[in-house]
Ligand binder design. Structure first.
Ligand code: BDR
Ligand code: CA
Length: 311
């Protein structure tokens, strides 16, 4: 059966890899890409999304530009992680095509309402667009079959502060709205990226031996992330947060351990963007989020390598 996906992204290096995986998935149709400011400013994220889709032979997929700053906070980008262009600053990115005229928030609402229960949503950036769409339609996420989010750090080991992950930290009010909304939501946090989505020397070798343009693309757009990991997060290579979230969206059976729990977001300055999981008895209910604690690492990486093997 063909599945239909909508991806909301602040397109930079690992978002681009996740888009590549969605496009390469034979049972999936990518209906639209909606873009939000985050890793880079909105204009750069739109350009990176258009370029990536074109590179993957999916230039026909509509790209909708969305909100250019978080709901209430100033925009904080992550050029120290992804480079000034968001794609590793290697001169790879070219301006290709144009964004659709429809705003991302309008597109998210329309795509949900024209086929309730049919499309799936994957979010790879700050949740600003999705929260804004939820303000328009509180039932929005009940009309997506499910929403898989790369968001937050449920074990409170952060990548942007000691305890917070970038996407939630960047727009914590938006994340709060999304985490409290009704609908089937799956959270793939930085715990998974840090522990099971690191591209170390063995994975580097595997990509090099594939020697395809897509494998080279993955390595190239992550050059700056690898430097950031060596400097700040201490990982043995570079991590791929958005691709592992995309893998879970594409193959739900990759999840080997998860729990359903209420998830809230700290909004005060000291712990801004830290996730709060409420494990008290009686705290849970229909609004719980599925928090992923473990995925099949070998299998999700095979999915990535298969996507890269395509010419
Ligand atoms: C998230 O922030 C960005 O660096 C990545 O694209 C990912 O969505 C990880 O914290
Ligand atoms: Ca992202």
């Amino acid at each position: 059966m063909t599945r239909h996906l909508v991806v909301d992204t602040d397109t930079a290096s690992d978002d681009a890899v996740a888009l590549l995986m969605a496009v390469a998935s034979p049972d999936v149709v990518l209906d639209a890409v909606t873009v939000v400011a985050g890793n880079v400013t909105l204009d750069k994220a739109v350009r990176n999304a258009l370029f990536t889709l074109d590179f993957c032979g999916a230039g026909h997929v509509p790209v909708h530009a969305g909100l250019e700053r978080p709901l209430v906070r100033p925009l904080s980008t992550a050029s120290d992680v992804h480079g000034e262009d968001g794609m590793g600053d290697t001169g790879l990115v070219r301006a290709v095509g144009r964004a659709a005229t429809e705003h991302a928030v309008d597109a998210l609402v329309r795509l949900a309402n024209e086929a309730p229960g049919e499309r799936e949503l994957v979010t790879l950036g700050p949740l600003t667009n999705v929260a804004a769409a939820l303000l328009r339609d509180r039932q929005l996420l009940t009309k997506y079959r499910r929403t898989v989010m790369m968001a937050g750090s449920p074990d409170c080991v952060g990548n942007v502060t000691a305890t917070a992950e970038f996407n939630v930290w960047a727009d914590p009010e938006a994340a709060s709205i999304v985490l409290e909304a009704p609908g089937e939501r799956v959270l793939v946090g930085w715990n998974i990226s840090r522990l099971q989505a690191v591209m170390g020397p063995a994975e580097h070798q595997r990509l090099s031996s594939l020697a395809t343009p897509r494998a080279r693309f993955v390595q190239e757009v992550n050059v700056k992330v690898a430097e950031y990991c060596a400097r700040v997060t201490g990982l043995d290579g570079y991590d791929l947060p958005d691709p592992v979230a995309m893998a879970v969206a594409l193959r739900p059976a990759l999840v080997t351990e998860s729990e359903r729990v209420p998830v809230r977001v700290a909004l005060g300055e000291e712990l801004r963007g830290q996730l709060v999981l409420d494990h008290r008895r009686g705290a849970g209910g229909p609004g719980d989020v599925e928090v992923v604690w473990r995925v099949d690492e070998e299998a999700w990486k095979e999915l990535l390598f298969a996507a890269c093997a395509a010419k």
